[in-house]
Design a protein around this ligand. Sequence first.
Ligand code: NAG
Ligand code: NAG
Ligand code: NAG
Ligand code: NAG
Ligand code: NAG
Ligand code: NAG
Ligand code: NAG
Ligand code: NAG
Length: 882
Amino acid sequence: MPLWMSLLALASVSGQFATAPKPVISLQPPWTTAFQGESVLLTCNEFPINSPRETTWFYQNQGSQTSSTTPGNTRVVQETGKYQCQHNGSSLSGSVHLIFSSAALILQAPLSVFEGDTMVLRCLRRPGSALKTTTIYKNWEAQVPLRDGSDFRVHGAMLRDNGQYHCKADNESCCSVVSNTVEIQVQELFPHPQLTASPSQPTDGSPVNLTCETRLPPQRSDVQLQFCFFREGQALGSGCSSSPELQILAMRSEDTGSYWCQAQTVTLSVSKKSLRSYIHVRRAVPSVQIHTRPPQGSVFEGQELVLVCSVRGVPGPISVSWYRRSKVRVATEIALSRDAEFRIPTVKSSDAGKYYCEANSIPSTEVTIHMRVPVSHPVLTLSPPGSRATEGDVMTLRCEAQRGSLPILYRFFHEDALLKEIKATSWRKSSFRLPLTAEHSGSYYCTADNGLGPQHSAAVTLSVRVPVSHPVLTLSPPGAQAPEGDEMTLRCEAHRGSLPIQFRFFHEDALLKEIKATSWRESSFRLPLTAEHSGNYYCTADNGLGPQRSAAVTLSVIVPVSRPVLTLRAPGAQALVGDTVELHCEAQTGSPPILYRFYHNGVTLGSSSAPSGGGVSFNLSLTAEHSGNYSCEADNVLGAQRSEVMPLSVTVPASRPVLTLRAPGAQALVGDTVELHCKAQTGSPPILYRFYHDGVTLGNNSAPSGGGVSFNLSLTEEHSGNYSCEADNGVGTQRSEVVTLSITGLTGSRGGHVATGVTGVLLSLVGLAAVLLLFYYWLPGRAGGRPACDASSSSSHSDPQEPTYHNVPAWLEMQPVYSNVNPKGGDVVYSEVCHVQGRNKRAAAPTARLPEDKDSSVIYSQVKVYTPGSRSQLSASSAPHR
Ligand SMILES: *[C@@H]1O[C@H](CO)[C@@H](O)[C@H](O)[C@H]1NC(C)=O
Ligand SMILES: *[C@@H]1O[C@H](CO)[C@@H](O)[C@H](O)[C@H]1NC(C)=O
Ligand SMILES: *[C@@H]1O[C@H](CO)[C@@H](O)[C@H](O)[C@H]1NC(C)=O
Ligand SMILES: *[C@@H]1O[C@H](CO)[C@@H](O)[C@H](O)[C@H]1NC(C)=O
Ligand SMILES: *[C@@H]1O[C@H](CO)[C@@H](O)[C@H](O)[C@H]1NC(C)=O
Ligand SMILES: *[C@@H]1O[C@H](CO)[C@@H](O)[C@H](O)[C@H]1NC(C)=O
Ligand SMILES: *[C@@H]1O[C@H](CO)[C@@H](O)[C@H](O)[C@H]1NC(C)=O
Ligand SMILES: *[C@@H]1O[C@H](CO)[C@@H](O)[C@H](O)[C@H]1NC(C)=O
């Protein structure tokens, strides 16, 4: 086996053609040897040509190895050594050995020489060296001397130009100088081609492709090659061509022989032949076969029927005849190709039968044509019949064709989607059972197909009704409570169930609303709430397959409280201190619980809750402070309402009044004006005061806004006696203590019947004395004096319940005061007159004129003892006698 074949085989086996090709280094200038100091540009070429972004260079010299990366694919070098390059992802290039020589004479050779190239060797003297007449040596045999130039050229390099070359130059003075030796290895431009035949062992009449295969090195892939094919020394086809393939349409057995091919450059500089291949064209075994189009089992009436007679291995020209049954010739023709056809454009049922063909009297086997009947339109039936069914039912779908040859493929479709496929071989019908779900509503049809395409049935519509599920009743806004007047939306919704659905809403088992839902499985309506809408709600859903009922939802409608009414219930017509008044507050409407609050003059008195309706009461034990305005408030979750204001006035009964007599002097004299002052300390106005003298009414006076009243009396002798007053404010009268007035200067026997003349003199004398007294007592009073009643001698101080007035207001300072006293535990009443004792010296002067005034400041005018008769009048104010 030649070397190239094994190389080619190796390359094929190792798959090098498929991997990334090695890059190849080229040189500029193109020599592998240069003088020291010169530079060589290395280019790392990739095939097919590529412009890499960067190149990695490997450099090796005397055992040391370095690598460097340059942008692009070039690098300038000046160092002796081995160079290799690699692009990112590519394989490593072959190595290039460069020599930068210090010798005086070098032989420069190119990196590679291919067959047919012009090989140039350059013998170069170092500039300045005195060398002349150089000679090239191949394998130490002198070649032609290089005369003018230094180049040695070989045109059309061949393998025989391989060898070791050097050159020699003469040194003028003495000896000759020898250059370096260069080994030239001329490389194959392409290996010898290989001829392949496909198929390699053709039969008679079959086509054959011949291929002439060789390969150019990557760096010479631009070289144009021609290919020529030969059989037994004779060129095949129309001479050489650039295609490495030759197609032979029909090989004959005579074409058996020795074949070879030749690959050559266009310039014919290189030309190589393949080995000879012996191609044996086998003689074919005669075979005549018949088949039909369409295939024999699916021939339908009315179709075109083609009988095909396939002839192999029968030498031509071939005459083909077709026969029906036994020897009835149908047609004969001269076959132009190996498959002869006979057409029956419209086949009839009478054309059924057995057929065969003959080629050059060689018969084929028989083919039997059965005439198939096309299937008729099938009919789809559902059972149980009817267009409506309920979910869960099992429906039988049956598809049946009246006519048509078996087998028939039945297909069932639901909404154009294939549901089931059944091949019927015994009957012209098929059926299957379908358990129905809601999704099975829709349109159904079936198709029947026995070879001529599907025949469609009419569509059948089925509606699968789904029983309605338990509906859910929801109220919105949600919550178990809602205020009266709000609008509540009741929504009833069923998750499943065929439409239409009849929704019914019930309140306390009474039908509230009925809605038929046709598009959605829900219905709703709005209910403006009144108090009557409290209670249980539910809804039902019914689509004809039985009503379903929702769970009950309880709603309580909250009624806002109305304005409450406050009533004050007192035991009598008037509210008296000490009475119990019942305050009752009640709102007519309003959802419990209601919290009632009571207010007095805007201040909270208390509160009470009515958990289940009705009003609440609040009892108040009256004191004087309870007069004023009352109101109450009713409050439930929806807010509070305040009642109208109810005024209450608490009547305080008048206390026992105190009667005070004021005389201008220390003694009451006839003609004096005595002022009777009556005052009750407490008591609601108006108070009517009545004054009594010895039980007889003297007069009355009203104090409309509280306080006491006065009554003036111009004294006559009849005015001696017992005085009292009464306070009356409508809730009982109170009588004061009795004050006894004795008029000085008159004998008790006169009894008021005094002659005016005598009385007048007497009175004037007495009056003068009184005025003088007044004068003396008034002045010290102005100066800050105080009444000097002897407390120890007066029993009036012992009773704190009945205050006396001798210590109070200003008029006491200037006047003697007659006041009623109430001796403890006795019927004796002291009437005392206190006079103001001056502290200054002026008090001494009257003392001289009125010697009786010296010893005592208190005058006990009279001691009175109550008779039983008089007690009855004064019982209210007197204590029993001891
Ligand atoms: C080499 O190529 C790969 C993928 O193409 C890239 O990811 C990587 O960075 C390249 N390396 C260099 C040095 O360019
Ligand atoms: C030529 O010969 C001379 C003298 O003998 C010598 O000096 C010179 O180096 C030689 N030149 C070369 C290139 O060898
Ligand atoms: C010959 O080659 C042609 C074109 O490449 C192809 O179409 C044909 O099939 C081949 N014939 C054989 C026998 O390989
Ligand atoms: C208030 O008093 C009335 C009678 O005076 C009595 O019937 C009622 O129960 C009392 N109510 C309260 C809350 O004490
Ligand atoms: C009670 O109400 C009346 C009338 O509204 C008002 O004139 C009076 O001042 C009120 N009394 C009190 C104590 O608020
Ligand atoms: C008050 O006195 C007048 C006469 O001064 C008399 O007419 C009237 O009835 C008296 N009123 C009372 C309530 O006693
Ligand atoms: C009673 O008399 C006094 C003084 O004499 C006088 O100030 C007063 O106004 C009189 N009162 C009546 C009610 O007349
Ligand atoms: C005044 O009252 C006293 C005792 O209380 C009694 O003794 C006397 O008779 C009364 N005088 C008159 C005029 O009724």
